[in-house]
Design a binder for this molecule. Structure first.
Ligand code: CAA
Length: 384
């Protein structure tokens, strides 16, 4: 087992770290306070190639591996999970499904636009009445000549109000249940497509989350991704990518908690010495460090399997479950280390907590990850 990063991975990590510290961290508190999405950061990330790390160069990507992708998401997640979310939805839930399931025409049409940030993408699976039960969609797709008519609503869609391209999952034949689902590449300026931005979120305040409303949206038949009946598998495959991005971002949050806590604990004095000298403070910091190392190894193992091109649902779910729960634990401990100051946004740790919590919810709750892992371990399906 080689734990060293390659020279290319080191270089990508250092570039991502510098960019995160220089361009993302300074405005993070202000953007969070005022719920501002800063498009200029996304444009700069695109120039570095970070909007498409794992896409082949012929589609405008960097052609890097999945460990490199994880390193980028870690470094950006360390300073701002809103930006990391925008990025991972673009990469993991939009670009990679098109790369894996798209026709050559679809790849050439959409991937370069997503890679250079001209377009943003979003992933339209969840509905107001269907989150964990992702096969039970009400959005309908009805064939009308050479087009499909899509009607329905999608809920909690990251990037939803900004996206130019939406990957929409819809039911073509309700009697077939999961096997009737299909995936469609929907250009969001198509008549009948509208969005409603969701306000008042606990965290990820400077990212966009929206409800999508589709009213007889006409999509050319050639914009179906895969075949009729492939929709559910495409969604599950995509979530193996998305959950990896979430887990990587959470590794970054834990690192951010360690950094902030060590600095504060060395600066802050009580009873005549820095609080970093107290055993109970060191215990909280060492818990964060152990979680960081464990989460990072789990993420990199899942990335290693992705590089080999083998199914990694189990390893990705383990990484996502562990890293997201560990990020919440780390953020709670980081607030505790900061005492009263941790309760205000003068320090980043309360934002880390608010941003970490969603990672235990979106792209499959912790309970869903446990049931996926449990089913693969016992061979018994808790869902049916
Ligand atoms: N890769 C490829 N194929 C897969 C797959 C994967 N990872 N997972 C499943 N499949 C295939 C299976 O092989 C199976 O194929 P066959 O029928 O040919 O055998 C088929 O898909 C059905 O698989 P399952 O039997 O495993 O499906 P299930 O119904 O038992 O799944 C579930 C249940 C695991 C709970 C699933 O519904 C699930 O993951 N739910 C959570 C959904 C979720 O994460 N939603 C978040 C949406 S994104 C979001 O949060 C918004 C955002 O903007 C970020």
């Amino acid at each position: 087992m080689d734990f060293d990063l390659s020279a290319e991975q080191e270089m990508i990590k250092n570039t991502a770290r510098d960019f995160a510290d220089r361009e993302i961290m300074p405005g993070a508190q202000e953007r969070d306070r005022n719920a501002i999405f800063d498009r200029s950061i996304i444009d700069k990330l695109a120039k570095l190639g970070f909007l498409s790390p794992t896409l082949p160069e012929k589609y405008g990507g960097m052609g890097a591996d999945f460990i490199s992708e994880a390193l980028i998401f870690e470094e950006i997640g360390r300073v701002d999970s809103s930006i990391r979310t925008t990025l991972s939805v673009q990469v993991s839930l939009t670009e990679l499904p098109i790369l894996n399931f798209g026709t050559e025409v679809q790849r050439q049409k959409y991937l370069p636009l997503l890679a250079d940030g001209t377009w943003l993408g979003c992933f339209g699976l969840t509905e107001p009445g269907a989150g964990s039960d992702a096969a039970n969609l009400e959005t309908r797709a009805v064939k009308q000549g050479s087009q499909w008519s899509l009607t329905g609503r999608k809920m909690w869609i990251s990037n939803g109000g900004l996206a130019n391209l939406a990957l929409i999952f819809a039911q073509t034949n309700p009697e077939l249940k999961a096997k009737g689902l299909a995936a469609f590449l929907v250009e969001t300026q198509t008549p009948g497509f509208s969005t409603q931005t969701i306000k008042g979120k606990l965290g990820l305040r400077s990212s966009n989350t929206a409800e999508l409303i589709l009213e007889d949206v006409r999509v050319p038949a050639e914009n179906m991704l895969g075949e009729i009946g492939d929709g559910f598998k495409i969604a599950m495959w995509a979530l193996d990518q998305g959950r990896f991005g979430v887990a990587s971002g959470c590794v970054g949050i834990i690192q951010g908690c360690v950094n902030a806590s060590v600095k504060y604990a060395k600066d802050r004095h009580a009873f005549g010495r820095p609080i970093a000298g107290f055993q109970l403070v060191q215990e909280m910091i060492s818990d964060m460090v152990v979680d960081y190392e464990a989460a990072r190894l789990l993420v990199h193992r899942a990335g290693h399997l992705k590089n080999k091109g083998v199914r990694n649902t189990r390893e990705t779910s383990i990484a996502k479950l562990y890293a997201s729960e560990a990020a919440v634990r780390a953020a709670l401990n980081a607030i505790q280390v900061h005492g009263g100051y941790g309760y205000s946004d003068e320090y980043p740790v309360e934002r880390y907590l608010r941003d970490a919590k969603v990672a235990t919810l979106y792209e499959g709750t912790s309970q869903i990850q446990k049931l996926i892992i449990g089913r693969l371990t016992t061979g018994i399906d808790a869902f049916t």
